[in-house]
Structures are given as C-alpha cells and as structure tokens.
Design a protein around this ligand. Structure first.
Ligand SMILES: [Zn+2]
Ligand SMILES: [Zn+2]
Length: 65
C-alpha cells in the first residue's frame, strides 16, 4: 500500500514508485519500491526525524606507555 513519487534516473523524472511483492517477509515495512515506469527497484530508508548530531571523537593521539 506504500506508494510514493520519487525521482527516477532512468525515467529522468519524477514517477510513481510502488512497493513490489515482497518475498522477504517485510510486509508493510518493506523498504523496497519499484518504479512503475521502468521497473527499477530502489531501497527507501526512512530515518526518524532527529537532529543529526554525531558524537565528536577527540582525535588525540595517545602513546602507549
Ligand atoms: Zn521486502
Ligand atoms: Zn523509472
């Protein structure tokens, strides 16, 4: 039931992508979408809306004693 409009490089435009029959048991959560124009399958990963903050690693060089 998931369908959305995405840009397809092959179709060179925005086309409707629909979830293909999933054989992996993802069900409604299947991340795969297939272009209805050319059939290209893409993986759509939706990230939760969070501020993209990464923990900053200190690049201090430690010498082993
Ligand atoms: Zn799937
Ligand atoms: Zn396409």
């Amino acid at each position: 039931m998931s369908a959305r409009e995405l840009h397809c490089d092959t179709c060179e435009g925005v086309v409707l992508f629909e979830a293909p029959p999933c054989g992996d048991g993802h069900g409604a959560d299947c991340p795969e979408l297939a272009c209805t124009g050319c059939g290209t399958a893409v993986l759509v990963v939706t990230y939760p809306a969070r501020p993209s903050r990464r923990p900053v690693r200190r690049a201090t060089h430690r010498h082993a004693a």
